[in-house]
Design a protein around this ligand. Structure first.
Ligand SMILES: *Cc1c(COP(=O)(O)O)cnc(C)c1O
Length: 417
């Protein structure tokens, strides 16, 4: 079959057979290794998105491959009526990395949304009236933050356009601006929980104001509300700490993790701290697949390798290098960079992120448009000098392609701060 025919085939198959909620697929990818993937025609791409901050170790990493194969050949799945060694090992590892101390607990699901659904139920349990205490029907979440696509997590997601087709929403959630003043104004003793995305990834890699998490910890504690930090995109070393909340030196009541902990094997988790660990009681939540031996063995091996290879520190140093590389391109289209570690937003001066992503793909580089004027970069944590040099070259050429096409003013601008 000729290449042209096969391209036709897969595009037709995709548009006929796949649900239309995602747009047209860009390319058909067939293989990956390290920071690279290949399409069906053998074209190589440098993957600076890593499946949206998922493939922490890079594609087909031997530790990942071995963990999948070994555990699949040993014991993949039993019901949650039973414990398995990899499940208990991963729970203990996550507690240690999150710093819960002995009284932390871990709930396993299969995705970020499932982790956040569990967190939503945790907030409801905390909000129950009883023992003479009044109830807490209110839940606070931040405008623009993303927490998932299921009905519970969509209700927590501060993006009205995403919610509208699916109204009515699960009730009780109120959205506030990401300022300490807005939190102070909204908070009272009827709030069960505040949900926070420490860096708003889907919104364009937007950081919280300096000191926000510390203030949020103090304000929620003062009113007896839970502080729940969604670390699904920021966790697993991505920002240069195991979890982004650790940069702020606080102790939350719960965090949720997913994306980067499985290197592509679907898994999510809710990790609770202190008294919040006692809220779930038998019968209140569960999942058939959640925490099975295969998923937990793979995530355990991935996190062990992140630790062994020093990738927490690498996220910081490589992140600086990537941002320097963006600055060094000196493109008039780029306003500056933001983010932490290897979760980076490149702010554009014009709403041309889609065009830049398309041009980058032409040049063999995969990046993402978080919104129309922000490029999101989230490469594997294993990238080195070679990949960063190649990124600079390809990203520079993509920016240049778009600048030329749009006939923009090429006057050099001062280097961003
Ligand atoms: C990706 C993401 C989710 C949802 O995770 P899924 O695995 O897609 O359900 C939730 N919160 C944040 C911050 C995310 O980045």
């Amino acid at each position: 079959m000729s290449t042209a025919e096969s391209v036709e085939d897969w595009r037709n198959d995709a548009s006929r057979d796949l649900v239309r909620s995602a747009g047209d697929r860009y390319e058909m990818l067939t293989r990956g290794e390290g920071a690279y993937v290949w399409d069906e025609n053998g074209k190589r791409y440098l993957d600076f998105l890593a499946g949206i901050a998922v493939v922490s170790l890079g594609h087909a990493h031997p530790v990942f491959v071995d963990a999948v194969a070994t555990q699949a050949a040993t014991l993949a799945h039993v019901s949650n009526y039973f414990a398995t060694p990899p499940q208990l090992a991963l729970a203990a590892r996550l507690k240690r990395l999150a710093g819960t101390g002995p009284d932390g607990r871990v709930y396993f699901g299969n995705s970020g949304a499932e982790a956040n659904e569990a967190a939503f139920k945790l907030a409801r349990l905390h909000g129950l009236a009883g023992d003479g205490k009044p109830g807490r029907p209110r839940i606070l979440a931040l405008t623009g933050a993303f927490h998932g696509r299921t009905m519970g997590t969509l209700a927590l997601t501060g993006k009205p356009a995403m919610q509208e087709p699916f109204e009515p929403m699960v009730p009780g959630v109120e959205f506030i601006d990401s300022t300490v003043e807005a939190l102070e104004a909204a908070m009272d003793d009827r709030v069960a929980a505040l949900f926070v995305e420490p860096i708003k990834g889907e919104a364009g890699v937007l950081e919280l104001p300096e000191g926000y998490l510390q203030a949020a910890r103090e304000i929620t504690a003062r009113h007896g509300a839970l502080l729940i930090v969604d670390e699904i995109q920021t966790g697993a070393a991505r920002t240069g700490a195991w979890f982004a909340f650790q940069h702020a030196g606080i102790t939350p009541d719960a965090i949720t993790v997913a994306k980067g902990i499985g290197n592509g094997f679907p898994i999510g988790a809710l990790i609770t701290f202190g008294a919040a660990s006692e809220l779930f009681y038998p019968g209140t939540h569960g999942s058939t697949f959640g925490g099975n031996a295969l998923a937990t063995a793979v995530a355990g091996a991935v996190l062990e390798e992140v630790e062994r290879a020093g990738l927490v520190e690498a996220a910081t140093t490589r992140g600086v290098q990537v941002r320097d590389a963006v600055d060094a391109i000196g493109s008039g289209l780029v306003e500056g960079t933001r983010g932490m570690g290897l979760l980076i937003g490149v702010a554009l001066r014009h709403p041309l992120a889609g065009a830049v992503v398309a041009a980058a793909q032409e040049h063999g580089l995969i990046i993402n448009a978080a919104n129309e004027s922000t490029i999101r970069l989230a490469p594997p944590l294993t990238i080195g000098d070679v990949e960063i040099d190649e990124f600079q070259d390809k990203f520079g050429r993509a920016l240049h392609t778009v600048e030329s096409a749009m006939l923009l003013d090429h006057t050099p601008t001062e280097a961003p701060a």
